[in-house]
Design a binder for this molecule. Structure first.
Ligand SMILES: N[C@@H](CCC(=O)N[C@@H](CS)C(=O)NCC(=O)O)C(=O)O
Length: 205
């Protein structure tokens, strides 16, 4: 049992999205760093025993419940701290469209990074194929954003938290410029106090 929530994270990976969202929400939480190679935490705990999925992010609630899956953590944070307005209210098509975009980032971008991260022995041809698909999806995001400041409405939401991780990772892994206004969008998000604090806490730039 813990007094506050505990976010299990690894610097710079997808756990950055809920980490930023927790800070944007002003939620009380602590961090536990996970070494994904050894599946142990910085304090020496067996992470794989705690989370049999073996991956981050995972959010341990004060009652001992463990939440996993980036999109689920983001929804949980938005629902738990509604005053932070990190997602539109449920019940109409606006929310459905919002969730559709979140799901797109989760399944079409985030999970598309594997050939450049986890997957062993990927051929150059497979990498080209994967890069081309990712590029097409990022182009759709650029079209979707247009010249708006955020992906939804006029304030930061969990969609931006997930997009921040995904676009930053895409740019880093593929060493490419982001299309349209996405580069400027990413730079703007980087200046947000919550994002800066999350990056500093994870020890990354
Ligand atoms: N389905 C999970 C996937 C999470 C995931 O891919 N986590 C990566 C870091 S971005 C990880 O911990 N990989 C280590 C592993 O799979 O062993 C989610 O959406 O949160």
């Amino acid at each position: 049992m813990t007094e506050t929530m505990k976010l299990f994270y690894t610097p710079g990976v997808c756990s950055l999205a809920p980490h930023v969202a927790l800070r944007e929400a002003g939620a009380p939480f602590e961090l536990a760093r996970v070494d994904l190679r050894t599946k142990t935490t910085a304090s020496g705990d067996n992470f794989a025993r705690l989370n049999p999925k073996g991956y981050v992010p995972a959010l341990l609630l004060p009652d001992g419940a463990l939440l996993t899956e980036t999109a689920v953590l983001l929804h949980y944070i938005a629902d738990r701290w509604p005053e932070a307005r990190l997602a539109p209210p449920r019940g109409d098509l606006v929310r459905v469209r919002f969730d559709e975009r979140l799901q797109f980032i989760a399944t079409e971008l985030h999970k598309g990074f594997a050939p450049f991260t986890l997957m062993p022995n990927v051929s150059e041809e497979s990498k080209r194929w994967a890069a081309q698909r990712l590029g097409a999806r990022v182009a759709l995001l650029a079209e979707d954003l247009g010249d708006r400041p955020f992906f939804h409405g006029d304030g930061f939401t969990i969609l931006d938290a997930y997009a921040y991780f995904a676009l930053r990772t895409y740019r880093y892994l593929l060493r490419v410029e982001l299309p349209g206004a996405l580069g400027a969008y990413l730079e703007r998000l980087s200046e947000r106090p919550a994002v800066r604090a999350a990056l500093a806490a994870e020890g990354i730039q």
